[in-house]
Ligand binder design. Structure first.
Ligand code: ZN
Length: 422
């Protein structure tokens, strides 16, 4: 039976974890020093190893023959049961589909029985933020006064949605997106093992498109290997993922800034012909513009204006049945805005087209200039989104992916996007 790569290469020990070395180290040390906390909270973006880490930690806790003091041996009764996900001492539930109080009650009942094959009874709750308030409350009592053998591992992609009363009783572990170099190394090693002929540039593109999510990257590699018999090229990856190449994004950008309407429309139609979705084009172009803000700091004003238009196009695309037309209309308006920095004149004769444009004066230019630390950036974000708590805003900051090692510009983009949502 064929096993997909993301399952086949699921890490089984701490040293297999990709891009989460500090976490692997801390958890290994906790086991070696026998300083195991009753509750852990793993948070971070999807597909970066939270569940795998929880399973490895659970297996290691109960392994009767640990390697190097902390790694699960993979061979003892407890480990083999854990690998088959059949261990009675490791209870794993997905709160997304088991969010009710009855599930929490069942879980707590199971905790009344002492572990069978190991020292600990480990409860892994995935997407814990999905639990209902009642479920959280009933769980809270157990987390406050757990049996000595109980270890809770709560995992979430949305830390700000986890009840503070629960979160404050856990040791926190922040999982990071896997960086591009690490991802490429990992994919390259798997390609060698699997005898996949793939250009290193193609691996870099997979790493970029996966946005730090290892699971997505492995799925893409898996698909790519069955896509073509010969060497897999960057173009194959673009075709497979329906994404636009950097070269074409650069071309669109050049046509926008040189105000080349005819050529721009031709290019947008070519992309449609190639099967690229309007939403993908706009999202990728918006990301391209954010990167451009770093490459061309003297063009901040112009780039911010383009960004604002792209946000409007993104919104319009969500609510239309004819996205290609909206894409073209949106881009024509964008061209018009780069020509005149004042109010925008309707380009197409579609009266129902209303694209509210943020007046230029309201755009605070380069707010990061006054920031001295990331605290200032978070405070600025909070001042723009008063409906959110400072903790929520901090979490947004922590989860934000740095562009070329910097976060400030992407942060302003993110906050402005949220402001427009409200
Ligand atoms: Zn073992």
């Amino acid at each position: 039976m064929y096993i997909p790569f993301h399952q086949k290469y699921r890490p089984a020990k701490f040293s297999d974890l990709v891009g989460q070395a500090p976490i692997a180290q801390t958890l290994s040390n906790a086991i070696k020093r026998e300083r195991v906390a009753p509750a852990y909270l793993f948070y971070g973006p999807r597909g970066c190893g939270k569940t795998s880490t929880a399973r490895i930690f659970a297996a290691a806790l109960n392994c009767s023959n640990r390697v190097n003091g902390a790694e699960p041996c993979g061979l003892c009764f407890s480990c083999t049961e854990a690998l088959k996900q059949a261990s009675l001492d490791i209870i794993e539930i997905d709160a997304a589909s088991n969010s009710g109080v009855e599930n929490a009650t069942k879980l707590i009942e199971k905790l009344h029985y002492a572990p069978i094959s190991g020292k600990y009874k480990v409860i892994i709750i995935d997407e814990v933020h999905m639990l209902t308030r009642e479920a959280f409350n009933s769980l809270l009592k157990t987390i406050e006064e757990p049996p000595a053998y109980a270890v809770f591992i709560l995992a979430t992609t949305e830390l700000h949605k986890v009840k503070e009363s629960v979160a404050s009783r856990c040791q926190h572990f922040s999982f990071k997106r896997v960086n591009s170099d690490t991802m490429v190394q990992h994919l390259s090693a798997i390609s060698k093992t699997e005898n996949i002929d793939i250009k290193s540039k193609a691996l870099e593109i997979i790493a970029t498109f996966s946005d730090g999510c290892l699971r997505d990257a492995l799925c893409m590699l898996d698909q790519a290997q069955s896509f073509r018999a010969g060497a897999i090229t960057p173009d194959d990856i673009y075709e497979l993922t329906g994404k636009v190449s950097k070269e074409l994004l650069q071309k669109v950008y050049n046509l926008v800034v040189t105000n080349n309407q005819t050529e721009l429309l031709t290019t947008l139609r070519f992309l449609a012909f190639e099967g690229k979705e309007p939403e993908t084009i706009v999202n990728q172009f918006a990301k391209f513009i954010t990167d451009q803000l770093i490459a061309e700091p003297d063009q901040t004003n112009k780039l911010m204006r383009i960004s604002d238009y792209l946000l409007e196009i993104q919104k319009q695309l969500k609510s239309t049945v004819n996205p290609q037309i909206w894409l073209e209309v949106g881009f024509l308006k964008l061209l018009d805005s780069t020509k005149t920095s004042s109010k925008v004149v309707a380009v197409a004769s579609t009266p129902e087209v209303t694209m509210p444009v943020t007046p230029l004066l309201e755009i605070e230019e380069a707010p990061w200039k006054t920031w001295k630390s990331y605290d200032d950036a978070i405070k600025w974000g909070h001042s723009k989104l008063p409906a959110k708590s400072i903790t929520e805003v901090s979490t947004m900051w922590n989860n934000l992916l740095a562009v070329n090692g910097k976060k400030a510009v992407a942060w302003v983009e993110l906050i402005r996007g949220e402001m427009n949502e409200q």
